[in-house]
Design a protein around this ligand. Structure first.
Ligand code: ADP
Ligand code: MG
Length: 231
């Protein structure tokens, strides 16, 4: 296979809680090829979010190595990580994390502002993406004027507008009813079909079974991988 886009080797991550050391990730090794669609399941506290945050450069390993596109990013400083994150990674959260006072279009535009994209180009890209996600008529609405499903679609648009190579979604349907959840998954799958590497954390077995590859975590370890990618 081609060089993996994500490669974790023996990654450890612990948290100090009072006098206790809590294990978040325990010697996790994982390779993900470009364009893969992975579902990550496991009980609460098994390390799913820690894994996603590590891959998304929101957290860093205590030990082990993380290579992104073949580049060792384990010990990059915060600025370099933030830069790489903005450029390569989109993140979707369970509770949307939209900016309440901005409209849908302004929320989606934000990463492009940070990336220094000129205003006209920004607005074109935002309008195109909102239309593609069925949100054209919601562009001027603020989050509290949108349904949960619409909010999550705005959040996906915000994550995808910079055209990242990797999209990470942490229980993206966890706060939605079934119909809205299905819509959100359909959009994520469409982005994956267009070439994006997609990792989705979910509690929903039906949703997990749709992914081409399933990973299961327990106590910070990968205990099952349906299609391990050969090194
Ligand atoms: P999951 O997403 O599977 O529910 P997490 O990755 O959030 O699990 O957490 C894995 C373990 O690490 C849990 O025991 C959790 O309490 C602990 N943990 C995660 N983040 C922190 C943190 N910032 N501080 C202390 N403990 C944490
Ligand atoms: Mg979690």
């Amino acid at each position: 296979m081609t060089e993996p886009v994500i490669e974790l080797a023996e990654v450890m991550r612990s948290f100090q809680v009072g006098t206790e050391t809590v294990r978040g990730l325990d010697r996790v090794s994982l390779a993900v090829a470009r364009g893969e669609y992975l579902a990550i399941t496991g009980p609460s506290g098994s390390g799913k979010s820690t894994l996603l945050h590590t891959i998304g450069l929101l957290d860093r390993p205590d030990q082990g190595r993380y290579r992104l596109h073949g580049q060792d990013v384990t010990r990059l400083d915060d600025d370099a990580r933030a830069h790489l994150r903005r450029q390569a990674i989109g993140f979707v959260f369970q509770f949307f994390h939209l900016v309440p006072r901005l409209t849908a279009a302004e929320n989606v535009e934000l990463p492009l502002v940070l990336a220094g994209v000129p205003p006209r180009l920004r607005r074109e890209r935002v309008a195109r993406l909102l239309a593609r996600l069925g949100l054209a008529d919601r562009a001027g609405h603020r989050p509290d004027e949108l349904s949960g499903g619409q909010r999550q679609r705005v959040a996906i648009a915000r994550a995808a507008v910079t055209e990242p190579e990797i999209l990470l979604a942490d229980e993206p349907t966890g706060n939605l009813d079934r119909a809205a959840g299905r819509e959100v998954i359909a959009i994520l799958e469409e982005l994956n079909a267009a070439g994006l590497t997609l990792l989705v954390v979910t509690h929903d077995p039906e949703l997990a079974s749709r992914a081409r590859r399933q990973l299961r975590l327990e106590d910070g370890r990968i205990i099952a991988d349906s299609a391990p990618c050969a090194p």
